[in-house]
Design a protein around this ligand. Structure first.
Ligand SMILES: [Ca+2]
Ligand SMILES: [Ca+2]
Length: 183
């Protein structure tokens, strides 16, 4: 019996030896296959952060805060033009100059000192003392033409007793003319 058992065990070990080799080969093949199967996973993972880093959120916050401050300063200077105290010397007094300010009559006269017609649409006339706007500018000024524009608002804005300078702005909000109305 013993020699028979021995021979059986030896036969089994001989038979199992190739089987273990096969398992080892399979295991080795799997280790080599696994990285291949992970490769697409690794490729998809970098693709995921790319859309995240597409700066879609970066663009959104940049545009959102830009709009409110962009709108506000654009409107504020134009709306508060008459709140400014511009320097008289900074006015070119061209292509339009302030010919006269009748403070009692509340009438501003403008003169086109250029050689081309000036459209006064969007132009603003301000009374510096009191920061009021002289509404009523309209139409065009032909070359060399002087036109008078009565104040179209309610009440009076030009101070008859104190100095009340006048400032004229073009539609871009740039100071065009200034009149030191000291009398
Ligand atoms: Ca007046
Ligand atoms: Ca005034």
């Amino acid at each position: 019996m013993r020699p028979q058992l021995k021979s059986v065990l030896i036969a089994l070990s001989i038979l199992l030896a190739p089987v273990s080799l096969v398992f080892a080969a399979i295991a080795y093949a799997q280790t080599q296959l696994e990285p291949v199967s992970y490769l697409p996973l690794v490729r998809t993972s970098p693709e995921t952060p790319i859309p995240t880093a597409t700066a879609t959120p970066t663009n959104t916050p940049t545009a959102t805060p830009t709009l409110p401050p962009g709108v506000t300063p654009t409107v504020t200077p134009l709306g508060d033009l008459c709140q400014l105290d511009p320097k008289p010397a900074s006015a070119p007094n061209s292509p339009v100059m302030i010919d006269d300010i009748d403070k009692k009559g509340e009438i501003v006269s403008l003169r086109n000192v250029s050689g081309t017609t000036v459209n006064l649409a969007g132009w603003r006339m301000c009374s510096i003392n009191g920061n009021q706007e002289h509404t009523g500018l309209n139409g065009v000024l032909a070359p060399g033409q002087v036109r008078s524009f009565p104040y179209s608002g309610v009440g009076t804005i030009w101070n008859d007793l104190q100095r009340d300078d006048g400032a004229l702005y073009n539609p871009a909000g740039q100071l065009v003319a200034y009149d030191e109305n000291i009398d």
